[in-house]
Write a protein of this length. Structure first.
Length: 300
């Protein structure tokens, strides 16, 4: 089982590097998003509906993924490993994040309006009045936050279960991705049906967010400023996202700010294009460390 787990992690990494994302028509997360959209409406008992959605939707995703891998393992261990790697690939994302960040960052120098529009692919904030530096800040913040949400969280879930059961590991990765997706689609104050999903995501992301901060610190080249990360991390309203964001701000020696919400590393300047380019490199190295650590845990 250990070799099968390592092979699955290696396949997920290779597919991300080679493909980036599955085609939308074949992407399980896209299918899950469409299913989630059907419950995004007013309910007579929104709190009860939110709890049901938060419990049922991720459970269905986990069971489907786990059963598929279980059946594949029964056919042949190699087939099971390949399908588990494909499931893990579909629950993680890094290449597209890095490429999109590069594109938006570059556009802040050449076409700020286009950069503001394209920022929507990375961060769900109103960018209409953001300066070039604030757009670059949002790009860097998204890099660090999505490292935790889009890669480290499902990898951690997979790694925790792979030494014992490959189908359970695949189901765990799918469950975490489903929780994340529910939060990203429904976890807003304006959507009562997302209340339980947001609370569940807060719990699920506690360890991955802090693990991502450690990975960013290890991958970063700066040696100063990390002592203040703990205080900066408490600035954002989320109990988790501040950790990887504050650590990347320290690694780059720049200020991250979301106007009227939070400011991280307040005495520094906003990021320049070159700073975000370094941030992309730091997050890329951190992602490689995450894959490597997952493979090691799956092996042992």
């Amino acid at each position: 089982m250990t070799l099968a787990g390592v092979a699955a992690v290696a396949l997920a990494f290779a597919l991300d590097r080679a493909v980036g994302e599955p085609p939308r028509r074949l992407h399980p997360v896209v299918w899950f998003g469409r299913a989630t959209a059907t419950v995004d409406r007013d309910w007579p008992s929104p709190r009860a509906a939110s709890v049901l959605v938060a419990l049922a939707f991720p459970a269905v995703a986990a069971v489907v993924a786990g059963l598929l891998v279980w059946r594949a393992v029964a056919v042949h261990p190699f087939v099971g490993s390949a399908l588990a790697g494909t499931v893990l690939f579909s629950t993680t994302s890094m290449r597209m994040l890095l490429e999109t960040a590069d594109e938006v960052n570059g556009a802040t120098e050449t076409d700020l309006d286009a950069a503001r529009d394209d920022l929507r692919a990375l961060a769900g904030r109103d960018a209409a009045t953001l300066s070039a530096g604030q757009v670059r800040s949002a790009v860097a913040e998204s890099l660090s936050e999505n490292l935790a949400d889009g890669l480290v969280a499902p990898l951690l879930a997979f790694a925790a279960c792979a030494p014992f059961s490959l189908p359970v590991a695949a189901g765990a990765a799918a469950w975490v991705k489903a929780v994340n997706t529910l939060d990203s689609m429904l976890g807003y104050r304006s959507k009562p049906v997302g209340w339980a999903s947001a609370r569940l995501d807060d719990v699920v992301m506690w360890v991955p967010a802090r693990a991502s901060a450690v990975l960013i610190a290890l991958a970063g080249t700066a040696t100063g400023g990390f002592g203040a990360v703990r205080s900066w991390a408490s600035e954002p309203p989320s109990p988790n996202s501040g950790w990887p964001m504050a650590t990347l701000a320290a690694a780059l020696g720049t200020r991250f700010e979301k106007p009227e919400v939070y400011t991280l590393n307040p005495r520094a300047r906003l990021p320049a294009v070159e700073d975000v380019e370094r941030g992309v490199c730091v997050v890329r190295r951190a992602s490689l460390l995450a894959y490597a650590a997952t493979g090691v845990v799956a092996w042992f």
